[in-house]
Design a protein around this ligand. Structure first.
Ligand code: BES
Ligand code: MN
Ligand code: ZN
Length: 506
């Protein structure tokens, strides 16, 4: 993980000595006629900064578009060595989520230029100010600071050393300070998940993933348990074990527990994550093209581990158990074969049609185990299907639920997290497609509606416990860098799962 330090400053921004002062701008043009020119407007009340930027804004070369930047060296009348203007786009469309991205853009602008300290002026406008913006600025700065090149031997440590949020107006001091602290926890937790997802399969085996989770749990004061093959047999986790049986690497059953003091009743939230540290497909082996990407097949598990870190530090008053099913899906003489029949922990029998549909197998036993441990509400996250990307592209992740009340809490969580999920349907007609001739169900159901069929498979194990399934296969890896986020692991899910959990606090 990076080692960026984040600080709050109450000093007037024009006087802050820094390598780079970033201020945000919106386009306040509201006229829609084709010759209406953009009107970039700085979101700061500081007269000296306004004056320093006035010249360049008057040229029309800068439009204030979303994540559009322009840099001024040695700006007149202010102490900063550089002034960076970062756009939020049209005023009417600018939200706290645009500010998150803009903060990331400022950090990612500075990083490759050897700039090690960045000050960002908290925007002051009617709609964007105060605690909500503070949190997203800090999150965005941490997200922007992450890069995936950890194994480059010529890697300079390009982490920003100090990120300072400059707050001009002291009005909501306590709320801003709390939001700032929250932003640090959330941003660092998302990056922790990303750092796990970034590790290649040879560096992050199921056991090592378990150790990393346990170490984190010790640091933040979570309960934890780490189990392997023997426990899988003891619990009769036939579906989970069948995925691991072809690998020389033993599986890891990772359990993290958050039990806030004094909370002895109310819901118990069960977080279940797919932790396939490498997915070759098994005997139904995948083609070589892009197979290296399958190191990120544990991103759902990493999202749960990252969310648990944030939960432990933010201390909501609700009990949470996370279960991560970690295994390597390999072909070998001991691997499971198409046609094999496995008995899941729930007792249901599963006919294996395709050994590459392994995520649903490990999650099946994870959902059953979470219920056995007392979970009253379930949420799972998994890089489950290629089909979800066919449906939603690499722009929106998929969500499914058997319970409208649980899902509406998730929708409220999305408003805070800014992550994009879209609910897809479940239905008996889809469930019919996975009936097996030889046993209860089969693990694939034909070509059409693959993401929904996978969700219906999980539904068999969630039963009637309120449950949300997140298919993040299309969103866990950023395929092309953006101004505010590096190419590589995205950490998707951490923020939304955290906020869903917080929505249940008593
Ligand atoms: N891990 C994959 C899904 C995946 C695909 C994740 C692309 C990220 C990017 C999953 O285990 C898988 O192989 N799913 C199969 C299911 C099929 C065999 C029914 C798929 O989507 O092709
Ligand atoms: Mn697979
Ligand atoms: Zn997989």
């Amino acid at each position: 993980m990076g080692n960026m330090r984040a600080e709050l400053s109450l000093a007037p921004i024009a006087g802050i000595e820094t390598e780079l002062l970033a201020v945000l701008a919106v386009d306040t043009q509201t006229e829609k006629s084709p010759d209406a020119k953009p009107k970039p407007t700085l979101l700061t009340a500081d007269a000296a900064v306004q004056a320093a930027a006035a010249g360049v804004l008057a040229t029309g070369e800068y439009k204030g578009g979303a994540n559009e930047t322009i840099l001024l060296h040695a700006p007149a009348g202010i102490a900063a060595k550089r002034l960076l203007i970062v756009g939020l786009g049209k005023l009417a469309k600018a939200t706290v989520h645009s500010v998150r991205d803009a903060a990331g853009t400022a950090v990612r602008y500075a990083k490759p230029r050897g700039i090690r300290d960045v000050v960002l002026a908290l925007p002051s406008s009617e709609s964007l100010r105060g605690a909500a913006v503070t949190r997203t600025v800090v999150e965005g700065a941490f997200v922007g600071d992450f890069d995936a090149d950890t194994y480059r031997t010529d890697r300079k440590d390009q982490s920003i050393q100090t990120f300072t949020l400059a707050v001009a107006d002291d009005a909501e001091r306590a709320a801003v300070e709390a939001a700032f602290a929250e932003g640090v926890i959330v941003g660092e937790s998302q990056n922790f998940a990303r750092s796990l997802v970034n590790e290649p399969g040879n560096k992050l085996t199921p056991s090592i993933l378990g150790q990393r989770a346990a170490l984190m749990a010790q640091e933040v004061g979570l309960g934890w348990e780490l189990h392997s093959t023997e426990k899988l047999h003891e619990l009769k986790m036939g579906a989970f074990w069948s995925v691991s049986q072809g690998s020389a690497e033993p599986p890891a059953l990772i359990v993290l527990r958050y039990e806030p003091e004094g909370v002895t009743d109310g819901p118990v939230l069960g977080l279940v994550g797919k932790g396939i540290t490498f997915d070759t497909g098994g005997i139904s082996i995948k083609p070589a093209d892009n197979m290296e990407k399958m190191k990120y097949d544990m991103a759902g598990g990493a999202a749960m581990i990252g969310a648990m870190r944030a939960i432990a530090l933010l201390k909501p008053k609700v009990r949470v158990i996370a279960i991560v099913l970690a295994a390597e899906n390999m072909p070998s003489g001991t691997a499971q074969k198409p046609g094999d029949v496995q008995t899941a922990m729930s007792g249901k029998t599963i006919e294996i049609i395709n050994t590459d549909a392994e995520g649903r197998l490990v999650l099946a036993d994870g959902l059953t185990y979470a219920r056995q441990l007392g979970a009253t509400h379930l949420i799972d996250a998994a890089t489950l299907t290629g089909a979800i990307s066919v449906a939603l592209g690499k722009i929106t992740a998929g969500a499914f639920s058997n319970d409208d009340a649980a899902y509406s809490r998730f929708e409220s969580a999305l408003a805070i997290s800014g992550e994009k999920f879209w609910r897809l349907p479940l239905g008996d007609a889809y469930a019919d497609l996975i009936k097996s001739d030889i046993g209860d169900i089969k693990n694939t159901g034909g070509r059409w509606g693959g993401a929904i069929i996978a969700a219906e498979f999980l539904h068999v194990f969630a039963e009637d416990t309120p449950w949300i399934h997140l298919d993040i296969a299309g969103m866990a890896w950023v395929e092309e860098k953006r101004p505010f986020i590096a190419k590589g692991p995205s950490g998707v899910g951490v923020r939304s799962i955290l906020e869903w959990v917080r929505s249940y606090q008593g």
